[in-house]
Design a protein around this ligand. Structure first.
Ligand code: FE2
Length: 177
């Protein structure tokens, strides 16, 4: 199972702390199990329901957001010579998990992905944060999931959450009609 997840999202390997990597991967695989999604479903799943036929999967989006976040962190580090402290593992785990709540926000209707009843009540930042909290992850990572979208606009985001929020929006807005 984990190997299959590493194949679709190899960026998990860039999390340095093996214990954290395992926990973050478990959140993904357990969320898939609860949502009854297979890896085939995952490949077909659009990254958003807000753009009609975005042609980009949730996996591609998650990987792009994660790589964008890694690059932002590297630029900040180089430009400001360690003045801005970004926790690499927190950033990566948060980026890889930011949309895990979509496992509960979507359902299949016929061949199409549509919003689930749960998704109407709790959007993915909330359901994802609530689900991930059950796996003993540091609160800084739950914060990134909860605060990555407009739900977090009233919060004082950590630097890692600021990076994921912007990485997510640049990847979303670039594909908006
Ligand atoms: Fe996202």
């Amino acid at each position: 199972m984990s190997n299959a997840l590493l194949e679709v999202m190899p960026e998990f390997k860039d999390i340095k702390d093996a214990g954290l990597r395992d926990k973050a991967m478990t959140v993904w695989t357990e969320a898939m199990a609860v949502g009854r999604w297979t890896f085939d479903d995952l490949r077909d799943m659009p990254f958003t329901l807000l753009i009609k036929e975005p042609g980009v999967s949730l996996v591609s989006h998650t990987r792009a957001v994660t790589r964008t976040a890694m690059n932002i962190a590297q630029v900040l580090d180089e430009a400001y010579k360690g003045k801005v402290k970004v926790n690499w593992d927190t950033l990566l785990a948060g980026a890889l998990l930011h949309d895990v709540g979509k496992m509960f926000e979507y359902k299949r209707e016929g061949g199409r992905f549509v919003q689930s009843e749960n998704g109407r009540l709790l959007r993915h930042p909330v359901s994802g944060a609530a689900f991930a909290s059950r796996f003993d992850l540091p609160p800084e990572i739950i914060h990134i999931i909860a605060a990555h979208s407009k739900e977090g606009d009233g919060l004082r985001r950590t630097i890692e959450a600021v990076i994921v929020n912007h990485a997510d929006f640049v990847n979303f807005d670039a594909l908006k009609e």
